[in-house]
Design a protein around this ligand. Structure first.
Ligand SMILES: O=c1ccn([C@@H]2O[C@H](COP(=O)(O)O)[C@@H](O)[C@H]2O)c(=O)[nH]1
Length: 234
């Protein structure tokens, strides 16, 4: 993989001790860690600051609210100095523009996070989209939201591995694509719907892949993390 790409380990737990153990695996295998809603709501920002010492943090809180509220939330997150931050693209262009402005105003140039817009959650199917009134395919919807989000000021997108090559064709090689929905060949998908293996996602052109349970629930998480890193390098 090119510079600034690789594996992001999702620390989805309510327990700081467990999160520290997984973070040590990420350190040993050179990965970034992702903190989401589960850890943040259970453990709070002091615990996040502990994990952040000496590490790059992807803060995946998927902000989605009116522009003023999202901008104020981003200002409050400046103390964490995340390397990456998520907002939902479906919040619309005004919300994304407000997020962009807040990042520019409240973070120094050395600490500016990559602002990522989540397009269509990797747990969603065509039927799920239809049920919220969207007739487009996941592929079309991800492209539509992705184009809009980038034009409004997002630095990159979160999408499933199944959209990566289509997005590369339409948006080019430079756009940052962060990709959850990763499962090993023949493994259980859990609640993920639009999935691929690490090497398939890499070959499709993912910038970063995000992996949680396939590592954290493995019998040997360290061995699984190393296996995935090998797939990405192979
Ligand atoms: O569309 C999305 C956006 C974010 N996620 C997050 O990625 C990880 C995936 O965890 P797994 O255990 O590997 O399924 C998780 O933290 C999600 O909140 C996503 O899956 N899909």
């Amino acid at each position: 993989m090119a510079k600034d790409t690789g594996l992001i380990l999702a620390l989805d737990t309510k327990d700081l001790t467990q999160a520290k153990k997984w973070a040590a695996i990420a350190d040993a295998t050179g990965q970034m860690i992702k903190i989401g809603m589960e850890f943040t709501y259970a453990c709070g920002f002091d615990a996040i600051m502990q994990l952040a010492k000496g590490r790059k943090i992807f803060l995946d809180l998927k902000l989605h609210d009116i522009p003023n509220t999202v901008a104020s939330a981003i200002a409050s997150l400046a103390l964490v100095k995340p390397a990456m931050l998520t907002i939902h693209a479906s919040g619309g262009k005004d919300m994304i523009a407000a997020a962009r402005k807040a990042v520019n105003e409240h973070f120094s140039s050395e600490n500016k996070p990559i602002l990522l817009a989540v397009t269509v959650l990797t747990s969603m199917t065509q039927e799920n989209l239809n049920s919220i009134g969207i007739e487009s395919s996941p592929l079309e919807q991800v492209l539509l939201l992705g184009k809009m989000a980038l034009a409004a000021g997002a630095d990159g997108l979160v999408c499933s591995p199944q959209e990566v090559s289509y997005l590369r064709q339409h948006l080019g090689e430079e756009v940052i694509l962060v990709v959850p929905g990763i499962r090993m060949q023949d493994a259980v998908a859990d609640d993920q719907q639009r999935i691929m293996t690490p090497s398939q996602a890499h070959q499709a052109g993912a910038s970063w892949i995000v992996v949680g349970r396939p590592i954290t629930r493995a019998d040997n998480p360290m061995a699984m993390a190393k296996r995935i890193m090998q797939e990405l390098q192979g």
